[in-house]
Ligand binder design. Structure first.
Ligand SMILES: [Zn+2]
Length: 261
């Protein structure tokens, strides 16, 4: 069984626009819809995908989470999301938890916030109490200019402040900041996903070293579909010198534990 812990899809009406906005900066490998993701999974041989939902504006939190809850059915598990500027993010967390979604996704660039903002501390405390994991984008993003609001050093600090929070750091803990990932994050008890840790962005040598030093028990397979091809990423990760045991953890066991399946 293979789980892709980092994918996206969009409502039918929004998908063409989402693909178009990024054209030229990031090419898409599906049409951005649920059907497109399911087709891609079939081709790649992926059994389950986690669709990460980002709340794009405070006023859209309720409708986006309602959509994520409706779409939370096999072979896709949806996360919910909060917007840091919405009036009552704690109420949103309760709704997400009551609906059985396993965690939330955030994007510091897109949502313009930092993890050291005290106004958000109650959110992280409540996620920890409810057992909701927090997935966040970290580092470079083709759609934004540096300096970035999140990086490996800042996320290491955040982890130290909330050590009980289940933290999943996308893009190996810092997109295109691999040396900083090795300096600040490797070895900490946080999950790193493999989305966009692709052969175009990282050498097999450095990626293998990061996985081995961090521990395969905290690495999650991810593709970032539709922004990268699931089949190609699966092939790349399988080509690394990993043991069967490490592959089993990365492709299935770690994700299954986080998703409580
Ligand atoms: Zn993504």
């Amino acid at each position: 069984m293979i789980i892709d812990f980092h994918t996206h899809f969009y409502p039918e009406k929004v998908a063409p626009k989402a693909i178009e906005v990024c054209a030229g900066k990031i090419d898409a490998y599906s049409d951005g819809t649920r059907a497109g993701l399911e087709k891609s999974m079939c081709v790649a041989g992926i059994d389950l995908s986690v669709a990460l939902t980002v709340v794009n504006a405070p006023e859209n939190s309720a409708s986006i989470n309602a959509w994520a809850i409706r779409e939370n059915r096999m072979p896709i598990i949806s996360t919910g999301g909060i917007h840091p500027d919405e009036p009552d993010p704690l109420a949103t967390l309760e709704a997400i938890n009551a609906a059985g979604l396993p965690g939330i996704k955030l994007h510091p660039e897109y949502q313009r916030f930092k993890f050291d903002e005290e106004r958000l501390f109650p959110v992280w405390e409540r996620c920890e109490e409810l057992g909701l994991f927090v997935v966040t984008h970290v580092g470079y993003d083709a759609m934004y200019e540096p300096p970035y609001l999140s990086d490996p050093e800042k996320l290491a600090e955040f982890h130290r402040r909330f050590p009980g929070l289940q933290l999943v750091l996308a893009h190996l803990g810092g997109m295109a900041m691999w040396d900083e990932v090795e300096k600040y994050l490797v070895g900490l008890p946080v999950y790193l996903d493999l989305a966009m840790a692709t052969k175009e962005y990282i050498t097999p040598g450095q990626l293998t070293r990061i996985i081995k030093n961090h521990g395969a028990n905290r690495i999650l397979f991810g593709s970032d579909s539709p922004w990268y091809d699931q089949t190609r990423q699966l092939k790349f990760i399988r080509s690394l010198p990993l043991t069967n045991e490490e592959q089993e953890l990365i492709f299935y066991q770690n994700a299954a534990e986080l998703l409580k399946i």
